[in-house]
Design a protein around this ligand. Structure first.
Ligand code: GLN
Length: 200
């Protein structure tokens, strides 16, 4: 089987880091900034940044509707942080005019870890591999407050005041993390997404 092509939405955020992480998983990783580029990819990664800004840029770049359509039609997508917010069907503490892609039957809360700590590292339980937690980088991160019946929890905060909070989920071909796996050397999150893409 030839390597899948995975696009990284290149409007804002850690585009280069996601491209590098995907390339290490032996897939073709390309930037997506235009509708024609979206048509060429088998799957998409939505990096972190600011979900309100990325939403506005999706409209400006005429990508919002094509992306919503491809996700509805079953294209695998992985959103980290702001990308999780964009894939969520319901957002708490969003702005009134915030637009999203949707598809994941979850309610997320923006900036859930509080604004006093902009960025932190937390140990999270990685449920696909019990006993092998992940060090998660959280930057003004959301968490998942409610999950629909078809949503699988992939990671929860291990300890501290937010222990047990859900920070990674999967539903069919869609996956989202509140944290930034592209900023650490641990390849397991991207590897899981790539295996979902290969099996889709
Ligand atoms: N707080 C940001 C938002 O609401 C997300 C932060 C991030 O992606 N690192 O979009």
């Amino acid at each position: 089987m030839s390597a899948p092509t995975i696009g990284v939405l290149a409007l804002q955020g850690d585009v280069r880091e996601h491209l590098a992480a995907l390339t290490s998983c032996d897939v073709d990783a390309v930037r997506v900034r235009r509708p024609e580029e979206l048509e060429q990819v088998d799957a998409v990664v939505i990096p972190g940044g600011e979900s309100t800004t990325i939403g506005k840029l999706l409209v400006t770049f005429e990508l919002l509707e094509p992306l919503q359509k491809r996700v509805r039609d079953g294209m695998p997508a992985f959103g980290s942080c702001a990308g999780m917010i964009l894939l969520a069907d319901r957002v708490l503490d969003g702005t009134a005019d915030q637009v999203g892609v949707g598809g994941l039957d979850v309610t997320v809360r923006r900036n859930a870890f509080g604004r006093q700590v902009d960025s932190s590292e937390r140990v999270v339980e990685w449920l696909p591999e019990p006993g092998r937690p992940i060090t998660a980088v959280l930057i003004r991160a959301p968490w998942v407050e409610r999950c629909g019946p078809d949503v699988e929890t992939l990671a929860t905060v291990a300890d501290g005041s937010s222990a047990g909070r859900i920070v990674a989920v999967r539903q069919g071909p869609l996956m989202a993390t509140a944290f930034h796996p592209e900023l650490t050397a641990d390849p397991r999150v991207h590897e899981l997404f790539v295996s979902m893409v290969r099996n889709s």
